[in-house]
Design a protein around this ligand. Structure first.
Ligand code: HEM
Length: 456
């Protein structure tokens, strides 16, 4: 008979298995080539596996109960990575701040996302979706799905949180978002090159960030924006007036950049994949359309329609499973920890890869199939699946502050677009690019065909 207590203690002293990569470059090369296969290979070695990318040592965590331990149960033992992945414009914002500073920021910004505030944004989400769908259908040829969905989500974000018509800033915000995306998608080998070295990638990054800075300067200069005083910037400025303990000028700029980035690229990515799947799966599109025609009475979906849009919800759930917009969550151990029976020293860099866990065969049948009907018993999650086998918005105290905003926006937009048009394209498959968001590896050209809904 084995002495379990001795074994446990013994195991806890063991570091997780390590995948050895190509010397010097570590594992970055194979990750860049094919992230899914790379992670699949890692996962064959255990539920926690160490590997290196450039000069960074990481540990990937695959088991949902260990993921829950990091995000929820032992949250105080982990921190946001200090290097901020080379994106300093975001470093003082909510996404990357930590400790007491993060707690204050989160408390200050939470009112923007109370349920009644979110519901007040619904009208904008619905009407803008109807106008966008008609515009896409009226365009002569095919449209680039990533372009048009990001124009839509940016317009919504601009209006609801910033009180502005974001259209005129779109190119500059896209350039900034693209710079951030590219920087955080690059292998750490490239990030290791200091930002002042004028490589083409560093020049592109600096140009993109400079454009984003211009928009932020405009927003700060133009306080005449159409606002009821409850927008993001007003909240931040009001907090400064309090007792001098509010956000610094640098923090306000960082916060604006954070929301401009985190608040539209992720939702645009989800909407892109959902529409791509509608064009690829006639059965899914038919079922969605039938539901929408039954429930939505008028040109766009509204808050009272939401509970009855059950299948629409399933399509979104499935999109966020198969193509989780935030590909992975990163943490660093703040102390030595014991996780999944292993020992991880202080300052270990940790990856919680949604994109892999959401397609792990242990929890999902036919994981690469896009099948919204797997959520048919949606009122009864997660069945016999562990809770953190699905975590598109993260978990615990640092879960996405925009979760309810994004869920409502996606549901209203998808229902409204399906009410207005058919999606038509010829792609069998599209490769997935794993960066700071999960995005299509090539532009998806799509035709939107206006539906005749008279008499419905
Ligand atoms: C489908 C859309 C979205 C997805 C999948 C998503 C995903 C996530 C995830 C996974 C995190 C946690 C990151 C971590 O733990 O390190 C996060 C945090 C965050 N998200 Fe989202 N997000 C979405 C939409 C939005 C929107 C619409 C906004 C703003 C309006 C937003 C703003 C933020 C912010 C500010 C944080 C940091 C929160 C904190 O640390 O307190 N996100 N998001």
């Amino acid at each position: 008979m084995t002495d379990n207590s001795t074994n446990d203690t013994e195991q806890q002293r063991t570091l997780p298995p390590k995948r050895s990569g190509v010397p010097f470059l570590g594992s970055a090369v194979s990750f860049a080539r094919d992230p899914y296969t790379f992670y699949e290979d890692l996962a064959t070695r255990g539920d926690i596996v160490r590997f290196s990318m450039g000069s960074t040592e990481l540990a990937a965590v695959f088991h949902p109960s260990d993921i829950k331990q990091v995000l929820v149960e032992e949250v105080e033992r982990y921190r946001k990575p200090a290097d901020a992945r080379g994106v300093d414009i975001l470093s003082e914002g909510l996404l990357l701040s930590d400790g007491e500073r993060w707690r204050q920021q989160r408390k200050r910004l939470q009112p923007l996302f109370y349920q009644d505030r979110i519901e007040a944004y619904a009208e904008t989400m619905g009407t803008y979706a109807a106008a966008s769908a008609d515009e896409w259908a009226a365009s002569d040829g095919a449209v680039d799905l990533t372009e048009v969905t990001s124009a839509y989500t940016l317009r919504v974000l601009g209006k609801t949180l910033f009180g502005i018509e974001a259209e005129k800033h779109r190119q500059a915000i896209r350039a900034g978002a693209e710079a951030i995306r590219e920087r955080s998608s690059e292998s750490p080998v490239a990030v290791d090159v200091p930002k002042w070295v004028p490589t083409p990638s560093n020049r592109r990054y600096q140009r993109g960030i400079a454009e984003l800075e211009t928009v932020i300067n405009d927003l700060l200069a133009d306080r005449s924006a159409d606002t009821d005083g409850n927008d993001l910037l007003s909240l931040l400025i009001a907090a400064t007036d309090d007792d001098g303990n509010g956000p610094t000028a640098g923090e306000i700029r960082s916060q604006l950049a954070t929301f401009l980035f985190a608040g539209h690229e992720t939702s645009a990515s989800a909407l892109t994949w959902a529409l791509y799947e509608l064009g690829r799966s006639p059965d899914v599109a038919d079922r969605l359309r039938n539901e929408v025609d039954e429930v939505v009475d008028g040109p766009y979906a509204r808050v009272p329609d939401l509970p009855a849009l059950e299948y629409t919800e399933q399509v979104i759930q499935e999109t966020l499973r198969r193509y989780p917009p935030a590909a992975a969550i990163f943490r660093e151990t703040d102390t030595g920890v014991s996780l999944g029976g292993y020992r991880l020293p202080k300052d270990t860099y940790i990856v919680l890869p949604q994109f892999y866990v959401h397609t792990d065969e242990r929890w999902w049948d036919d994981p690469l199939e896009f099948d919204p009907s797997r959520w048919d018993r949606i009122s009864d999650p997660p069945g016999n699946r562990p809770e953190y086998a699905y975590f598109p918005f993260g978990g615990g105290p640092r879960h996405c502050i925009g979760m309810r905003f994004a869920r409502m926006e996606l549901k209203l937009a998808l229902a409204t677009i399906a009410r207005h048009c058919h999606v038509d394209h010829r792609y069998e498959t599209i490769d997935v690019d794993i960066g700071s968001t999960v995005s299509p590896a090539e532009p998806i050209e799509v035709r939107f065909e206006q539906r005749d809904t008279t008499g419905k």
